[in-house]
Design a binder for this molecule. Structure first.
Ligand code: ADP
Ligand code: MG
Length: 581
């Protein structure tokens, strides 16, 4: 293997050459404390930057074995190191020519602590994937600058960012403990028959609608509802002892309250409770069931072969609702499809906010029932199905509904938000509902599906993606709220539990991967999700990258987000298969 000295000389010799000559440095180099691989060389200083990979053995990194004992520990340490490397890289960065010359970057993490391909650590060592802008003036190689960048600066990432002795052990310990506490809290939910937990003292509001950091000033911390103390729950944590908080029970939960009193903020925190967060995030101990899915209406989306018949039936124009497809869903049909797709993917808790729901999907009040008879309304409102969903499928619902009291009668728990604080008002709400002489008629039947007949299940057919050029896979582009596969664009704005663009990139790769190995007429979409997620569990995120490029910008996602992205493909082809859920 060539070494650092060789690379340094080579780069200096390239001074003034045409940019294309950089291609020759692709390869592996032995540095005194690590190995450097140049995996991809950019075409010019303005193009997507070059990719490099550092491998540091534990003989150099010297992480105590007890820190990296299992998958969870490795995930959290890798996440910590990603943030550490980002800081060191930032400090090393300098203008070294045109375009991206001199830039050193690692895929930037969000507030969530998740597995990413940027850094991995195990008992052998640490692998870090970075991008660098190889320096040039115009198209002329700045060789000395490149030598300084790769041979002098990059080694500092190892000495200051990856060696245990250089790191703040106490800070890292707190980081690991926060993660382990959150995991422990989430793991206790099911046995306590809870679906979410918000601890005393949590800071739920965010800096702004586009900034996920905690609201720095004027945030009211979460306090326990005082009137019914046993609504509060105490859970155990390995590092912080008992933690008191509001446990949200399985079943149907309604969040009510005046406008601007913090309802959506609470629901959003529950939605994000599927992730663990960095210490100081304010939601570090706010956890929800891992299979919690946020649902919303999404007018205009594409739907392929979904059995929405429990919710919408007898569509005009003899359109099938057992096998519903459209390229332009309405608010209500999009929400119905989203709900069935969530069941299909295995959701256990659904979250719905009135702010983003279709009104006619949610309710049909007494006056409307009197005016428009049931046989002229295809929609069975969710209010008449939410209990059956729990009884038949064990799927809980938490919904925010400030504008209608009709849900009082179907809710197990009613939480009122008042000045950002929760009160339990179940008894009052039930009493009001019972005293109401003008009750609406329930239209939902006994079971979630008609006569308890199982939902139709769909399989994704092999040719469900747009073609790429020359028989290759379609080109992938990822943004936080949009992915492009070839000519096909998938709008992801409605998939609110995607928190990083790196997840979008990984999901895009996973779709290509599923298309190659798993989309088949006799495999249900749910089985396909199982297969893909298992492969990733076994082989890491790299498993879905067909070209083994050692991509550094992939992040872990859940089966629900993969399923949601697949389901929104406008090129998707599905058929119904006869397999019971
Ligand atoms: P609602 O859904 O009840 O109308 P939101 O949850 O959207 O209300 O909250 C309204 C505003 O109040 C938002 O700007 C939000 O950031 C802010 N907010 C929510 N909870 C808190 C809190 N605990 N402390 C301070 N501000 C909050
Ligand atoms: Mg709201």
């Amino acid at each position: 293997m060539k070494d650092r000295q060789w690379l340094k000389q080579r780069l200096i010799d390239l001074e003034g050459h045409g940019y294309g000559d950089y291609k020759g440095i692709k390869g592996d180099y032995r540095f005194p404390a690590f190995n450097l691989s140049v995996d991809y060389v950019q075409g010019d200083p303005f193009a997507a930057p070059s990719r490099i990979c550092l491998q540091v053995s534990q003989e150099v990194a010297k992480f105590p074995v007890r820190w990296i004992t299992d998958y969870a520990a490795q995930t959290v340490i890798a996440d910590y190191l990603t943030r550490q490397v980002a800081q060191v890289a930032q400090s090393l960065q300098q203008e070294r020519g045109s375009g991206k010359s001199g830039k050193i970057k690692i895929a930037a993490p969000s507030q969530a602590v998740i597995r990413r391909s940027a850094v991995w650590i195990d008992s052998d060592g640490i692998e870090v994937r970075l991008t660098v802008g190889l320096p040039a003036w115009g198209r002329r190689i700045a060789g000395k600058a490149a030598a300084a960048l790769l041979c002098d600066d990059i080694p500092q990432i190892v000495t200051n960012g990856l060696q245990y002795s250089a790191l703040d052990a106490a800070r890292m310990e707190r980081y690991v403990q926060t993660f382990q506490d959150a995991e422990a809290l989430r793991n206790q939910l099911t046995q306590r028959e809870l679906v979410a937990f918000i601890p005393e003292g949590a800071c739920l509001p965010r800096q702004s609608g586009v900034d996920e950091r905690p609201l720095a000033r004027g945030a009211d911390l979460f306090t326990l509802p005082s009137e019914i103390p046993d609504e509060g729950v105490e859970l155990d944590t390995p590092h912080s002892g008992k933690v008191k908080g509001l446990g949200i029970k399985a079943g149907v939960t309604l969040i009510v309250g005046g406008g601007y009193h913090g309802k959506s903020t609470l629901l959003k925190a529950i939605e994000q409770g599927v992730y663990n967060h960095v210490p100081g995030d304010g939601r570090d101990r706010t956890v929800s069931h891992p299979d919690t899915v946020k649902l919303r209406a999404e007018e205009g989306r594409s739907v392929s072969g979904v059995d929405i018949s429990p919710l919408i039936n007898r569509l005009p124009g003899a359109r099938s609702s057992k096998n519903f497809s459209t390229t332009n869903a309405s608010g209500s049909t999009s929400q119905a499809a989203g709900l069935i797709e969530a069941i299909e993917a295995g959701a256990k808790v659904l979250l719905i906010d009135e702010d983003t729901a279709a009104t006619n999907f949610m309710i049909r009040d007494r006056n409307m029932q009197a005016l428009i008879s049931k046989d002229k309304e295809p929609i069975t409102p969710f209010i008449d199905k939410v209990r059956q969903l729990y009884d038949d499928y064990g799927i809980s619902t938490i919904l925010v509904m400030g504008g209608s009291g009709d849900y009082f009668s179907v809710a197990d728990t009613v939480i009122a938000m008042e000045n950002y604080q929760a009160r339990i008002v179940t008894e009052q709400a039930k009493a009001i509902a019972q005293a109401d002489p003008n009750q609406r008629q329930s239209e939902g039947g006994i079971n979630f599906t008609k006569q308890g007949i199982p939902l139709a299940v769909r399989a994704v057919l092999p040719d469900s993606l747009p073609p790429g050029r020359n028989g290759r896979s379609p080109k992938v582009k990822a943004q936080k709220d949009k992915m492009t596969l070839g000519y096909e664009e998938i709008d992801l704005r409605a998939i609110e539990q995607i928190v990083e663009v790196h997840q979008v990139r990984a999901i895009a790769q996973a779709i290509l991967y599923a298309q190659r190995y798993y989309f088949e007429s006799n495999r249900t979409l749910s089985e396909t999700l199982d297969c893909v997620m298992e492969d990733i569990e076994r082989g890491g995120l790299d498993a879905v990258d067909q070209d083994e490029r050692r991509l550094g910008d992939l992040a872990m996602f859940r089966r629900f987000e993969l399923s949601a992205a697949i389901s929104r493909l406008r090129t998707l082809k599905t058929i119904s298969v006869t397999k019971a859920y």
